[in-house]
Design a binder for this molecule. Sequence first.
Ligand SMILES: Nc1nc2c(ncn2[C@@H]2O[C@H](COP(=O)(O)OP(=O)(O)OP(=O)(O)O)[C@@H](O)[C@H]2O)c(=O)[nH]1
Ligand SMILES: [Mg+2]
Length: 281
Amino acid sequence: MSKKNILVIGRANSGKTHFFGQLYGRLKEPRSSLNINGTPANLEMLGEVFEALSEGKASAHTVAETWNSLKIPLIDENGKEFDINWPEYAGEQWDTIFSTRSLDEKWKSQLDDSDKWLIVIRVESEPTFPDFLEKLANNEKPEKKHESPNSTNWDANPYWVEKLQILLQLSKTQIANKVQSPKVAVLLSCYDEVNTENATPHMILEQRLPMLASYLVSNWDEDKLSIWGLSALGKELTEASKDEDFIDEGPENQGWVISPNETIEQKNIDLTLPIKWLLND
Ligand SMILES: Nc1nc2c(ncn2[C@@H]2O[C@H](COP(=O)(O)OP(=O)(O)OP(=O)(O)O)[C@@H](O)[C@H]2O)c(=O)[nH]1
Ligand SMILES: [Mg+2]
């Protein structure tokens, strides 16, 4: 049996916890392409999100110090067994990693043990500064800002490229040739917020974060990179909502994923697909 850790990389409020809760529900559905194969030990760490979703509301933001990981035994359609270790933490921890360019012990061992990265990006909330870039292109001086750069006032393009470069360096990955390992799945989260028309997830990433898209494509082996659209909830929920679809049909019938070469017309309810792709060698 192979043991696999997935490094989940995503900012605060990008949808990691709700995806995790929904993914777990899907793993229990026989119609999914990956299924749970036993009961994880510390499932109570997901209790809050399960309870909130069954009441049709959103769960709270993950508390800053949180660092948990859930070991989930899985089995795929062909009877192949895996164990994945899924980290649950507050996205704001990336701010420290980004500004200090270093990892503490917990993160370091997580990085060393993961050869699969799941990058969660809520494209509609990523800050980009097209005006600034336009000024640079026209040789105009951008207004001087007095604040020093931090992870929230960077344009999302250089922010993500920088972050991935930091991680590649800390994981001692050679980039002279195209990266084969870690394998990377990018999930464009809260995809229900995005006006996609006929575009595939890859085209949306190119439109919204062109520098990140070209960085990924030029540095990763094409078989080791895939870009998905993900709506774990299918819609926005708040901590006060009592959504009837969630209450009546159940959270397991809400949410969808768009495969790399498909469009919003081809919503697939099987949220396990990106994980299955990551696990297949
Ligand atoms: N529209 C929409 N909103 C979503 C979806 N998934 C999550 N959200 C909302 O996004 C907010 C943040 O989601 P979380 O899952 O808590 O985000 P997180 O990445 O775990 O954030 P931290 O715990 O702060 O790191 C919540 O208020 C959810 O209601 C989705 O599929 N669609
Ligand atoms: Mg969270």
